[in-house]
Design a protein around this ligand. Structure first.
Ligand SMILES: Cc1ncc(C[n+]2csc(CCOP(=O)(O)OP(=O)(O)O)c2C)c(N)n1
Ligand code: SF4
Ligand SMILES: [Mg+2]
Length: 330
């Protein structure tokens, strides 16, 4: 048996290598309009690093968002992107993934976008468990519309809609996500520890399914001091580590000495840990690699034979066919 090999010139080989090798600049686009010190900048940097390290093809990568400061992220990625409608990032991302399972899909959503107007889509997104990396930029306020209380605002938050302080206990996005059937990946991270931010987003990316990462993101414009107590005292951060979770570097362990070994397969402990905000748990709370993805269930090869696809396309064309009198098929 002879094996056919295709000779290519040295220059063509170099060009191909150049095409396949991406630098961080290849993923950057425009100048972010976020305020100085906004945690969204740290998230963008982590995401661009991840794309570079994973060698993601820009033409095969899509960032989907709703509306909000956080939802501007797709504008700064030199990939495909969809800056959608407020609260509707999930259905758009699900449509993309269902039609094109070969694409890598990221979702960037805010606490208002996801937990308020988009809450129904969020719940069903978890249940459908489609393969996408979801980043909840949780600054605990509506940022873009200039300081209204959101569902995750701590009780007593003074805002333009709650001038005397908000009345309700905050909704906890981690315990909510952990409570939905088919949940497969839940993690929490803070914007001011870049090493962990990167590691957690990377773990979420590598998990196949709906990987939900709540990122505690600072909004220095509207809640400038909110996270200061946690920022200034490393003892108020609880690092979760495990062989199936985060690896803690010696440098990190020197600063953040409060740690817990947590097996992400342990749902009961994950729920307990998720209930705390002080100390704030950081790391992977839960992961289950066995939950089926909706796109796999729908793309059963028995339902997508060439003959069936061809019949479907012909039926679509037939809708627009102008038939001579009496020739229209029954
Ligand atoms: C249907 C609809 N309702 C309301 C708005 C106004 N609106 C735009 S962004 C936003 C809240 C954004 O808050 P969040 O999702 O937390 O994002 P952030 O700006 O904090 O990143 C609201 C209420 C809108 N654009 N569309
Ligand atoms: S208002 Fe807040 S969330 Fe929006 S860009 Fe400024 S700091 Fe960031
Ligand atoms: Mg917000």
């Amino acid at each position: 048996m002879t094996v056919a090999t295709q000779a290519i010139s040295a220059s063509e080989c170099l060009l191909r290598m150049y095409d396949e090798q991406h630098e961080i600049e290849d993923y950057q686009k425009g100048v972010p309009r976020w305020c100085t010190g906004c945690g969204d900048n740290a998230i963008l940097t982590a995401v661009q690093r991840l794309c570079r390290d994973e060698g993601l093809l820009p033409e095969k990568t899509v960032f989907v968002s709703g509306i909000g400061c956080s939802s501007r992220l797709p504008h700064y990625m030199n990939t495909y992107g969809f800056h959608g409608i407020h609260g509707r990032a999930f259905p758009v991302a699900e449509g993309v993934k269902l039609a094109r399972p070969d694409l890598t899909v990221f979702v960037n959503t805010g606490d208002g976008d996801c937990c308020s107007i988009g809450a129904a889509h969020w719940i069903h997104g978890i249940r459908y468990n489609m393969d996408m990396t979801v980043m909840l930029h949780d600054n605990q306020i509506y940022g873009l519309t200039k300081k209204q209380a959101s569902p995750t605002s701590p009780i007593g938050t003074k805002s333009n809609t709650t001038p005397r302080g908000s009345y309700l206990e905050a909704l906890n996005p981690l315990t909510v996500t952990l409570g939905v059937s088919n949940v497969s990946f839940v993690a929490q991270v803070v914007d001011w520890i870049p090493e962990v931010l990167y590691q957690v987003i990377s773990a979420a990316f590598h998990h196949r399914g709906f990987s939900f990462v709540r990122i505690v993101q600072r909004c220095p414009e509207w809640l400038p001091k909110l996270m200061d107590p946690w920022l200034q005292d490393p003892q108020r951060v609880l690092l979760l580590h495990h062989e199936n979770g985060l690896e803690i570097s010696p440098a990190l362990a020197k600063v953040y000495t409060r740690m817990e070994e947590h097996d992400p397969a342990n749902m009961n402990r994950a729920r307990e840990i998720a209930s705390s905000f002080d100390p704030i748990p950081v790391g992977i709370l839960y992961r289950n690699d066995e939950v089926a993805c909706y796109e796999d269930l729908r793309h059963d090869p028995r339902l997508r034979t060439t003959a069936l696809v061809q019949r479907g396309i012909e039926a679509e064309f037939d809708k627009f066919t102008v038939w001579p009198d009496g020739a229209r098929p029954a």
